[in-house]
Design a protein. Sequence first.
Lengths: 263, 250
Amino acid sequence: MNILKFIESLSNESLQGTASRRDSFTQFGKFGKTMALASVPFGLSALSNKALAADIGPTPNTPVGALSLALTLEYLENEFYETALSTLGLILPGRDRNVFIQIGAHEADHVAFLKAGLMAAGAPVPAKPTFDFTVGGAFNPFGDYQTFLQFAQAFEDTGVRAYKGQAGNLISTPDLLTYALQIHSVEARHASEVRRIRGLKGWITGNTSGLNAAFDAAYAGEENTNQAGFNTAAAFGAAAGTEAYDEPLTTADSVAIANIFIV
Amino acid sequence: MKNEVKIQEVNPFNTNRRSFLKISGLGVVGAGLLLAGCSSDDDNNPTPVSNNYPGIRNGVFDLGGGDLGILTYAYALEQLEADFYTKVVNASQFNSNFNLEQKTVLTDLYNHEVIHREFFKAAISGALPAGATLLPDLAFDYGSLNFNNPVTVLATAKALEDTGVAAYNGAGRYITNPDYLLLAGKIVSVEARHASAIRSLINYNSVDFAGDDVVDSNTGLDQARKPSQIISEVKSLNFIQTNFTAQFLK
């Protein structure tokens, strides 16, 4: 039923914002790599020796652009958890495995939901990219459980930031905005749980990732203690002030993160 | 018994003077707006009804409509959360009855929710046009709720955090200013992180952090509910003793 409502809203609402559909999807093409790679938030660009031909470009600032970017990020998460869960001996039976089965199921749902919606609207559905989660052999997330957990945390925290960054692009389509918010908070529930499995707080303190330094740049900006002129550090200090607010990622930064893993 | 806001408490002169004390630190623009408000209210006109501003109507505070109404609605919810966790961490046996992890999480939530409350107070005060009023400090009473019992406290925290997530998710569509929308987005994901952590504290060896009771297992979507629905749910908890209405919110 949600899918039907979603489809209806996609059909009825002014999905394209100011750009035409054709404009949107030529932009969602094969250019913009230089810009994207110049500011790779994960800080992995130097390690990446992969071919760049398949990189996605920045999505346009329209509702369809927002959903297309969201779908690409959900493709990434979905394949990541599918591969991990099917890798023998990586996630042992017990609490952790149950948690990642649940998270993986949600990401698969999100892929199906976003694809169905875009398709029903007659908007092009971005194809699933080919992912390399080893980033050219630099990482071993499916052979080392701690690395897997680090990636999971970074993907979930990044997902929260990326959806948040797209909210403004959906403001003209209230139903789509609501659906995106409903996914956004699920990513945040996931992020909190993965962080807690790793022995961290469920929320982000300052801009520290609690991860290998290679990931630190994905948390850049989270140290913000100024919310619309209000000093969030005033009452309990900067740590609590930054924890109380999650910060968004721009489209360019979200796309750049996805491109790290797209070959 | 409800502690209703009385008409005599909102004598326009007093209201504006009180507002002025709160706004005065926020700069020239706020002060200018306020002075305009003072002069137009000095003639003791009744509360205007030709707008949808937050303020007293028929003797009861109404949250108002539009962006300001949604912000005031969020402020009311954050007042409840902040007050609840303030009582949690100040309970007489907090240190002895709660384990270290529970204390750490609940103290963080206390900090975060107080910060959210004070943020809305400042943000709304700075944005109030002449003739609009800041939601007063609400009065709370939790009846027989035992703040020294971790089971009761965590169950209540779970309800409040899940409600907060559904409230922000459902309210986003009514916000027209992208800056406000982003601010709400920055807060709702933290509420969702809280909900996840509390659920995991209650039932560690489970998938309750994003359980099928809150995340639809067909779509992977979290809950979203309209302000009117949330307000009715929250009022039915009987925690908020100050009466208020929300006639302009859907």
